[in-house]
Design a protein around this ligand. Structure first.
Ligand code: FCB
Length: 400
């Protein structure tokens, strides 16, 4: 049997904007009202008020970790005004995790920023890094006892979102919304590649945050990178390396010197001599259009360990958009088998956090459901799916 690292984390992940509801001061909330083809987040899962129930579900299932985020737009709704009440709110969340025996993995930025920050020029604005550092400094006092901190979620996907937002600003019509996490298929345009200039700025912001956190907390600090698990067709190896740099390695190199790196993996991507090959339509494709590839997780972890010179890996997201929970269990079971093989081969993996605890707001769409728990959008009632108990049982078995 695979020997897991002591204290291996077993749990699930969420992001504030996707579950809290009414994130009124954020840039994403503002764009929801403007873009055709984009559903609103609204009350989301009302986890802002119901986080205790969410955490209880995880703990009752036998899991020991919960990744959630702190929302910058709530902490600092206008520049320089730090809300003590919101800081206290997130401290209560951290304390609740401890109360339930859950290790909190806290994300400080998960795609969304305050609207004022975006209006000031966002991540390419002159003051971007300084603004982010000031926000991180404001949050530090509530992070006491937190062992795992993610400065930023998927900076590579964030770079795409920032690039898309800029492109839209310069157009007359708003255009049709394309969620960065919904894969291009059929008539949809290909996702643009992340812009390296934006990427370099995000690396700078990550390093600034890391410096603050290192100085003033005892936590392990890292960031999480979306991994596309590229696989080259014969003869396309060089093309693949080129793409890997722009899509992932810039950010993985930015993780060097961190305490850990978060791996986020959903599917794999073929690369041909001309570049990324769009997934053909296939009945097995997931609800976000990606190919069913549970083996992607091992490809992602190996590539990450390689580029980061063997940094400890935390799987911070892995999951499948499906209405069929049996498929979720099958996908996750297979992904874990692949992960265990990589651990057997000596890669230092510290935990597995499934995406996601709840069916939630998938960046413009409610249709793709990734949750271990279904949420009634009117009553907010939580209905655990069999996959939640299954994951808890898998964790329990792995511990004995
Ligand atoms: C990742 C995001 C997460 C969610 C999943 C499906 O790219 O980090 O918020 O959207 O994809």
């Amino acid at each position: 049997m695979t020997e897991l690292a002591p204290g291996f984390l077993w749990g699930a992940s969420t992001a504030p904007h996707q579950i809290e509801g009414n994130n009124l001061n954020s840039d994403f909330w503002a764009s929801e009202g403007r873009m055709p083809g984009m559903e609103r987040s609204g009350d989301a899962c009302d986890s802002y008020h119901r986080y205790r129930e969410d955490m209880r579900l995880l703990a009752d299932a036998g899991l020991n970790a919960y990744r959630f985020g702190i929302e910058w737009a709530r902490i600092e709704p206008v520049p320089g005004l730090v809300s003590r009440a919101e800081l206290a709110h997130y401290r209560r969340m951290i304390d609740t995790a401890f109360e339930f025996g859950l290790t909190p993995v806290v994300t400080l930025h998960h795609f969304t920023s305050p609207l004022w920050f975006a209006q000031e020029g966002g991540w390419l604005g002159d003051r971007a890094v300084e603004r982010f550092r000031t926000y991180v400094e404001a949050v530090v006092p509530i992070l006491d006892g937190v062992e795992w901190i993610v400065t930023m979620n998927e900076p590579n996907m964030l770079a795409i979102m920032v690039g898309m937002a800029r492109a839209m600003q310069s157009r007359q019509d708003a255009g049709q919304w394309q969620s960065p996490t919904v894969d291009n298929e059929g008539p949809r345009p290909q996702l643009p590649a992340p812009d390296v200039k934006i990427g370099a700025r995000l690396v700078e912001a990550h390093h600034a945050a890391r410096e603050v956190l290192r100085e003033r907390t005892g936590a392990k600090v890292g960031w999480t990178v979306a991994n596309r698990a590229f696989v080259a067709r014969p003869g396309a190896e060089e093309k693949m390396r080129e793409l890997e740099y722009v899509w992932e390695d810039l950010y993985l190199e930015g993780a060097r010197g961190d305490d850990f790196v978060g791996v986020q993996s959903y599917s794999s991507q073929w690369v041909g001599p001309d570049g990324i090959e769009p997934h053909p339509q296939h009945p097995d494709n997931t609800l976000v259009g990606t190919a069913y590839r549970p083996d992607a997780l091992a490809i992602a972890v190996l590539h990450t360990a390689d580029v980061t010179d063997g940094l400890p890996v935390l799987v911070t997201e892995n999951g499948i958009a499906t209405h069929d929970d049996t498929r979720r269990v099958a996908y996750t079971g297979e992904a874990l088998e692949h992960l265990f093989k990589v651990i057997d081969a000596g890669i230092d993996v510290r935990g597995y956090l499934h995406w996601s605890l709840l069916d939630n707001y998938e960046w413009g769409h409610w249709e793709p459901t990734f949750g271990l728990v279904e949420v009634d959008r009117e009553t907010f009632e939580r209905r655990p799916k069999p996959s939640l108990a299954w994951l808890g049982e898998t964790a329990r078995r792995a511990r004995t």
